[in-house]
Write a protein that binds this ligand. Structure first.
Ligand SMILES: *[C@@H]1O[C@H](CO)[C@@H](O)[C@H](O)[C@H]1NC(C)=O
Ligand SMILES: *[C@@H]1O[C@H](CO)[C@@H](O)[C@H](O)[C@H]1NC(C)=O
Ligand SMILES: *[C@@H]1O[C@H](CO)[C@@H](O)[C@H](O)[C@H]1NC(C)=O
Ligand SMILES: *[C@@H]1O[C@H](CO)[C@@H](O)[C@H](O)[C@H]1NC(C)=O
Ligand SMILES: *[C@@H]1O[C@H](CO)[C@@H](O)[C@H](O)[C@H]1NC(C)=O
Ligand SMILES: *[C@@H]1O[C@H](CO)[C@@H](O)[C@H](O)[C@H]1NC(C)=O
Ligand SMILES: *[C@@H]1O[C@H](CO)[C@@H](O)[C@H](O)[C@H]1NC(C)=O
Ligand SMILES: *[C@@H]1O[C@H](CO)[C@@H](O)[C@H](O)[C@H]1NC(C)=O
Ligand SMILES: *[C@@H]1O[C@H](CO)[C@@H](O)[C@H](O)[C@H]1NC(C)=O
Ligand SMILES: *[C@@H]1O[C@H](CO)[C@@H](O)[C@H](O)[C@H]1NC(C)=O
Ligand SMILES: *[C@@H]1O[C@H](CO)[C@@H](O)[C@H](O)[C@H]1NC(C)=O
Ligand SMILES: *[C@@H]1O[C@H](CO)[C@@H](O)[C@H](O)[C@H]1NC(C)=O
Ligand SMILES: [Cu+2]
Length: 519
């Protein structure tokens, strides 16, 4: 607690927080297999960005990528952060709000955090580049957190990032996907950047240290690009208190199913016998048979919860998959915001029918597969793009009124895999969860990433903050295959308020001038 108070004291006077991320290639072996990667500050995951409520981040990104077997440009997304009007040009979604940042270039993203608190992450938005390593946590601490009484420890040691990992660079995987329509199946899963694959070396599992009698706020981030992880701690229930940055009425569960891009804070009370316990994060993500190397073994994604006083050993139990006959972790329909709100009736209703062209890497929304335009949406808006005519059909751009309530209805889809749809710069109410038949317009959970699947999903959101909001599947393989759209609300308000810097305006011409292997 002392550490936390000191930490708060040191930050509470800060408003502008300078953050530096050096993006470069290096060699890493997260699961024991050595490969060239793209990372921030030399590590996978990248360094945590630790902020306080109200901070304005100035994130200086220096791109020194040299390895031509992977993308050398980049684009930084601060996942879940609202880019309030006048700041969309810092949002970093390539070809929606900016052009990519070429090698040997740097850019400072100005990120005001406003009223937001909780658990977020940053990652490359370009192509499937974050799969090559460029992903890391962004935590916004709240000195007046309504749940301060529920936990004793909440610091860098209680951040848990689960991610899927491939041993092959993404351009090769994408080419294979395009030729076969088979989504690349990961070799391994990682917890805080450490994992094992079937037949690989016994890389030591990460250890979370706890002291008996204390309560820990674990911030769990699913930074995967495909895999769905179901997380649990052996012999410990957990209490969910945050969902994608939204404080949530405490909800006790034995496990949580997490889709790519989703985040939860949970409180774990270290009240069991002193010992070692497994943290299990088994995943599902395509047929293991489609990993030609035979590497996939979901039971190898785990960590050790170690009580002070316990021997430095692995738990004695088997590599379990989580509580036997437990809840299964589909908790979304049961979660209620701490301060629930009822969504207004919709002013505009959209239906998104998802489909895939058989045997090809071609995903469609209402029959249209998204293709990024050469000129980013925001550039078009600033140039007067108010009408549908400014946007090619393949930009899947929906022009919406400002100050309105929008409903997006995803009818039940036939696909075997749920699609985690993520809205940039805004939250939505989940009126109908894929995991329940109930339609809740009284106190539904509010979040920014929701599973869309075989039971149907409906969300509503307000366009109080106008802007070009990228809305896409967070399975980045699907995003890259066209499962994306832009919800453009209030283009005239956006134009009135945005004030981009000359550096931002320069990004597009600089990118177009790059040789293809540097893009
Ligand atoms: C990244 O590394 C640079 C250079 O060492 C350092 O100044 C910066 O604080 C690091 N960034 C983070 C978020 O830790
Ligand atoms: C990983 O491979 C690179 C390139 O072959 C090599 O320079 C580096 O030493 C290797 N790292 C380890 C830990 O083996
Ligand atoms: C960016 O990184 C490169 C390579 O490490 C370094 O030479 C350059 O000085 C950095 N640029 C800035 C503006 O810090
Ligand atoms: C948007 O930003 C403005 C100016 O910083 C602020 O007054 C307002 O509260 C913000 N709105 C939201 C919803 O964060
Ligand atoms: C980046 O800088 C290096 C060293 O100055 C140079 O060799 C390389 O050609 C530059 N790359 C690009 C794409 O400009
Ligand atoms: C747990 O403690 C061990 C041994 O002191 C240390 O190596 C490890 O980094 C700690 N884990 C975390 C998440 O802080
Ligand atoms: C992360 O999301 C992916 C994709 O939706 C999913 O397959 C995986 O199980 C999730 N991981 C966790 C820990 O829930
Ligand atoms: C977890 O909660 C369930 C349901 O309330 C209960 O049956 C079980 O005993 C609890 N487990 C632990 C380890 O407290
Ligand atoms: C441990 O803590 C949990 C959550 O607070 C509680 O439900 C459970 O009863 C406690 N178990 C013991 C053995 O005290
Ligand atoms: C789980 O359910 C199966 C099938 O009903 C049963 O055989 C098994 O004993 C149960 N396990 C536990 C731990 O309750
Ligand atoms: C514009 O949309 C049409 C389909 O309506 C598509 O064939 C064409 O490739 C798109 N053009 C660009 C530049 O994306
Ligand atoms: C937003 O809409 C509400 C009613 O739907 C209206 O009362 C309010 O004046 C509008 N606000 C703005 C800024 O247009
Ligand atoms: Cu998808």
């Amino acid at each position: 607690m002392k550490f936390i108070l000191a930490f708060f004291a040191s930050l509470s006077s800060t408003l502008a927080l300078d953050v530096r991320l050096d993006i470069a290639n290096t060699f890493l072996s997260p699961d024991g297999f050595n490969r060239s990667v793209i990372v921030a500050n030399g590590t996978y995951p990248g360094p945590p960005i630790l902020a306080m409520k109200g901070d304005v981040l100035n994130v200086f990104v220096n791109n020194s990528l040299t390895d031509g077997t992977m993308r050398r440009s980049t684009a930084m997304d601060f996942d879940g952060i609202f880019f309030n009007t006048s700041n969309w040009w810092n949002e970093g979604s390539d070809f929606v709000t900016s052009c990519p940042l070429g090698p040997n270039m740097s850019f400072t993203y100005n990120v005001p955090l406003g009223e937001q608190t909780g658990t977020y992450w940053y990652h490359s938005q370009l192509s499937a580049q974050y799969v090559d390593g460029l992903r890391g946590p962004l935590i916004i601490y709240d000195p007046e957190d309504p749940f301060l009484d529920l936990y004793d420890v909440d610091d860098v040691s209680t951040i848990i990032e689960v991610g899927d990992w491939w041993q092959i660079a993404t351009p090769v995987l994408l080419a294979g996907y395009e030729n076969t329509g088979v989504v690349p199946v990961s070799d391994s899963g990682t917890v805080n950047g450490v994992g094992r694959f079937q037949g690989g070396p016994e890389v030591p599992f990460p250890v979370f240290n706890v002291t008996q009698g204390k309560r820990y706020r674990f911030r769990i981030i699913n930074e995967s690009a495909r895999n769905v992880f179901t997380v649990s701690f052996d012999q410990h229930n957990i209490t969910v208190i945050e969902t994608d940055g939204v404080p949530t009425q405490p909800f006790v569960t034995d496990s949580i199913q997490m889709f790519a891009g989703q985040r939860y804070s949970v409180v774990l009370e270290a009240n069991q016998t002193v010992g070692n316990y497994w943290f299990n994060a088994p995943f599902v993500g395509g047929s293991p048979a489609n990993n030609k190397a035979g590497h996939q073994n979901a039971s190898l994604t785990r960590a050790v919860l170690r009580y002070d006083g316990a021997p430095a050993e692995e738990p004695v139990g088997p590599f379990g998959l989580g509580p036997e006959n437990g809840t299964g972790g589909s908790i979304e329909p049961f979660l209620v915001p701490l301060n629930p709100t009822a969504p207004p009736d919709p002013d505009v209703m959209l239906t998104f029918n998802l489909s895939v062209v058989a045997g090809r890497a071609l995903w469609q929304i209402n029959g249209v597969s998204y293709l990024p335009p050469l000129t980013p949406t925001l550039v078009k808006v600033l140039g007067g793009g108010d009408t549908q005519a400014a946007y090619n059909e393949t930009e899947n751009t929906f022009i919406l009124p400002a100050n309105a309530t929008i409903e997006v209805n995803f009818p039940p889809s036939q696909d075997d895999e749920a699609h985690p749809f993520h809205l940039h710069g805004n939250n939505f109410w989940v009126i109908k969860s894929n995991f329940s038949e109930e339609v809740n317009t009284v106190n539904p959970i509010v979040r920014d990433t929701v599973a869309v699947g075989s039971a149907g999903t409906t969300v509503r959101f307000r366009t109080d903050q106008p802007g070009p909001m990228f809305f896409h599947c967070h399975i980045f393989w699907h995003k890259q295959a066209g499962l994306a759209s832009v919800l453009l609300s209030g283009p005239d308000q956006v134009r009135a308020e945005e004030n981009p810097s000359p550096e931002w305006l320069n990004l597009c011409s600089a990118y177009r001038d790059l040789p293809e292997d540097a893009q």
